[in-house]
Design a protein around this ligand. Sequence first.
Ligand code: FAD
Length: 450
Amino acid sequence: SSTVVWLRRDLRLADNPALLAAAEREAPVIAVYVLEDDTPGVRPLGGASRWWLHHSLTQLAARLADRGGTLVLRRGNGPEQVRDVVGAAGATRVFWNRRYGHGRHADAELKEGLRAGGVEVESFAANLLSEPWTIRTGEGRPYQVFTPFWKAFLAGPEPRVPLPEPADIPAPSIRPATDQLADWGLLPTRPDWAGGLRETWEPGEVDAARRLEEFATGALAEYHRRDEPAVEGTSRLSPSLAFGEISPFQIWHRLHQDLPDGARQNQGKFLSEVGWREFHHHVAFHAEDLAQVNIRRQFDAFPWGEAPEEELDRWRYGQTGIPLVDAGMRELWHTGSMHNRVRMVTASFLVKNLLVDWRVGEQWFWDTLVDADEANNPGNWQWVAGSGADAAPYFRIFNPLTQAQKFDPGGQYVRRWVPEAESDDYPEPIVDLAESRRTALDAYELVKRS
Ligand code: FAD
């Protein structure tokens, strides 16, 4: 008898409850990853995420092999492929770590079907500090506001201690058929746009652990400067959290161990940002479809404009003539990431100054971010657009020039990405900021009245 472990966004050996439970059965283990381009409720990965996935799986396969393990690769419909592997291996158990988006419905169906066929199925809590259905308001409803949500979380049970890596992960003597990673075409070829990603990132569990340690003993002490994009003042853990190369339990516990003096005072603030990740997943779990449907349905009445593709491209590729916006969009295109403050500014510019539907921007971020996350990305876009849970009030419209003065006063960040900003070659702004602001506020009147 053997155990199939279906890995999804939990590409790690440490603190992996499903994998550890399988290894402890002292029977062969077959780890499976399915490139789910065809599972109902699961959004196919964007381009930058595919690049990340390729490298993360490469490392994971090697680390599994070091412990005697094997990784089977499949693509298509997740549950169908898992059923096929179970059949081919004659497995008697299937374990996985839970996911919380709409893909969970496919998982529930799979669980039921396998159990009906006599297969033992178990799912585990691994990727959120709190299961989204456990935190409820006094009236028993899900939270829509962050602060009381996080307060309720902090008043609850202490997050569990991270689990060790399994020492041995015995592979079966006959391995079910597997795809070759290289055949999936996850890496760009022509044009090869991934040079900046390669320079910036090292995907995989090993570097994620290094980033956490380096942050806890280094930049955490500067975390009060996290809003300044020129400062490397944040953890850079988001892509690793998105792919589950590191768990929030590992982060939580590292932050509760020894920290340098200056760092301790920023611990609570940093963990509350991890709390926003919990919150967006909580909201997404209870929402219809966070990437498509306004949480505040009044926004269905918002008169989004039809921006021409050419104008959208100027936003996408950082040619709007607004230096901070262009800097952010170029950082995103080049590195697969963007500083959080600048994400807010570029998103606000698209949604409020260009009056473009937030879903258009969300899709671009989905395709270009290495940390693209099915709850955090639409959750934050809805936050910026004003349509989300606990969102920024719509009428508070960022002025990208004032934001630059405030958070990039020396101009280092803008100069790094838009060195020509002060020259004649630099384009004129594509909109008048003051006028477009007034138009946006007029449009918002329709939402208020509906
Ligand atoms: P740190 O400041 O070190 O924070 C630690 C962790 O807390 C992050 O890794 C992340 O998991 C979590 N976190 C921090 N801020 C937020 C937030 N506002 N919402 C949710 N979680 C947060 N984050 C994503 O992980 N994936 C996305 O697809 C994503 N899309 C975004 C889109 C927009 C329009 C905006 C405004 C923000 C988006 N964010 C997203 C949130 C935030 O910008 C990133 O999590 C952060 O910049 C990652 O850098 P870091 O790991 O160094 O953050």
